[in-house]
Design a protein around this ligand. Structure first.
Ligand code: PXL
Length: 279
């Protein structure tokens, strides 16, 4: 059985980070090992959330796993809350990522703004972690902070391609920019494979609302699809389609949840997509 290890926080209510990565990767038929970096009562978009740091657990967990000779097909990092955790994520790559896919989702910002508690200095440090990955999947805001360039919503296609080239020039061989729209009414992802020098844009109809946690869902499904043997382009398509369908189903529920999407109800759709695509 394939295995993925994912390192990110557990927000007890919020449908993001580990509470979506674990069920989605498991549903894709892949064993999911977790390194929880912190426990929060909710994600940080709520006010008054509690926070308990688990940084001191990360290295002992890795030490034990190394003794047990555990190995993983992919090592995937999500939301990380401190410089020390960024260093531990690099250590995780060194110790468990030699023969596996290393994916960094540099969760730290959206809609032009850093999330609560993050700084530009942290974003620069996150770039060094990205450089040690094989694939990174920032949204456009995160990409802007990683590169230290102003956030702009009106990019032309050539600008998006330039951002992707710059994101991959010092490390990661592939990058996917999520939340990209080249035409009004559509939304998707723009991907780049530096080794093949190939760009790939994939988009569907834009849903009228955006939700928290969909970036984590995108990354989890993308990672699971890659580990299940899908091509880079297929994995991008499956993750985009799943997020779009999940938002559609969420919005169709009267009085739907505002802080996260109904991803649990679209797992059958995901499994169908995973079966349908060849490879
Ligand atoms: O979805 C990213 C995320 C993960 N974990 C925590 C968050 C956020 C986004 O705000 O607050 C704790």
């Amino acid at each position: 059985m394939k295995k993925i290890v994912t390192m990110q926080d557990i927000s007890c209510v919020g449908k993001c980070s580990l509470t979506v990565a674990l069920p989605l990767i498991s549903a894709a038929g892949i064993e999911t090992a977790v390194i929880p970096t912190a426990v929060l009562s909710t994600h940080t978009m709520f006010s008054g959330f509690t926070f308990h740091d688990l940084t001191d657990q990360v290295r002992p967990i890795m030490d034990h796993w190394e003794k047990e000779k555990f190995a993983f097909e992919a090592v995937y990092t999500g939301y990380l809350g401190s410089f020390e955790q960024l260093d531990l994520a690099k250590e995780l790559f060194r110790r468990f990522g030699k023969n596996s896919l290393k994916l960094v989702d540099p969760c730290m910002a959206d809609n032009g703004k850093l999330y609560a508690g993050f700084t530009e200095e942290f974003a620069r440090a996150m770039k060094y972690l990205c450089d040690e990955a094989d694939i990174i999947c920032p949204n456009l805001t995160e990409a802007s902070f990683l590169l230290g360039i102003p956030y702009n919503t009106g990019y032309a296609e050539g600008d998006i391609q330039e951002i992707l080239r710059r994101l991959t020039e010092n490390g990661a061989a592939k990058a996917v920019l999520t939340g990209i729209s080249l035409k009004k009414g559509e939304l998707g992802a723009y991907a780049y494979d530096r080794e093949k020098d190939l760009f790939y844009y994939y988009a569907g109809a834009e849903e009228p609302e955006h939700f928290h946690g969909t970036g984590d869902i995108w990354a989890s499904v993308f990672c699971a699809s890659m580990v299940n043997g899908k091509t880079f382009e297929e994995a991008v398509r499956i993750a985009c389609d799943y997020v779009r369908e999940t938002i559609r189903v969420t919005l169709a529920e009267p009085g739907h949840n505002k802080y996260g999407v109904n991803f649990e109800q679209t797992i059958p759709y995901l499994l169908k997509k995973l079966e349908e695509s060849e490879a």
